[in-house]
Design a protein around this ligand. Sequence first.
Ligand SMILES: O=C(O)CCC(=O)C(=O)O
Length: 294
Amino acid sequence: MLTDQQIETYRRDGYLVIPRLIQGDQLAELRALTDRIVAEARGVSANDDLYDLEASHSAALPRVRRLKPTIFKRYAFFHGLARDPKITSILAHLLGPAIRQHGGKLNMKSAGYGSPVEWHQDWAFYPHTNDDVLATGIYLDDCDMDNGPLMVIPGSHHGPTHDHHADGRFCGAMNPEACDIDFDKAVPLMGPAGSMTIHHVRLVHGSALNRSNRQRRLLLHEYTAADAWPLLGVANFEEFNGRMVLGEPTIEPRVVAAPIRMPLPPADHQGSIYENQRGTGRRFFETYEEGVRA
Ligand SMILES: O=C(O)CCC(=O)C(=O)O
């Protein structure tokens, strides 16, 4: 349950942190399953529909940057966790009684080489007919300032949708120099393992690299009110409705004015956010490739 004050804070600032939501056996299983899937990347030599690999990955020394949305189809545990009433009962306060999972992924940010994610708004990737859309993030590890917490710009979800294009193509990252945002106001979302972050789909956010010797894994779930329909279309209606996590679907999308830019034409390196953001030639956060060391 959320208090009225938490709901008000979310509406005003665009984010919340719920400490220790996932605990005990459930957290242990989440961590053990993730370890197992990452270990199975040994022998995998290129990105596929499950693994997004670090540039420094090799089949002998597996380095996974992200587990892709296919985890929700392949593993009953991930499928079930996205629908867990502990989560959906909280979301009902923010999105209403009917909710659909849009997508999700598990970002790794490993010790020693975990990549940063440049500033962006999720809305630039998947605009909908209304913006009752958000993402939750469950930390698999204790997260503090040193291992790359999710960073947000409070209140930025009330502002414009920023340009996420470079050289005429979608690149999945804002140009920090071309927008009117004071990045010194960024707030880190931290907490012990099992804590859940919530951020509004239009909130500006990103994360620095992991400078610690501890990993920082974050399981992201994207959710929409059931009457928020994706402007890029519904390819498979049965699959679309199969992603309902609470309440009943509708064929009457609700349309509310919100600033929109389409993520088109697609990125040169179309793929995960890391691939999209590659090669824009502009970086806010330092990367290990550039020689930064913890
Ligand atoms: O993993 C992170 O710290 C940021 C994730 C994120 O914003 C994304 O993947 O869209």
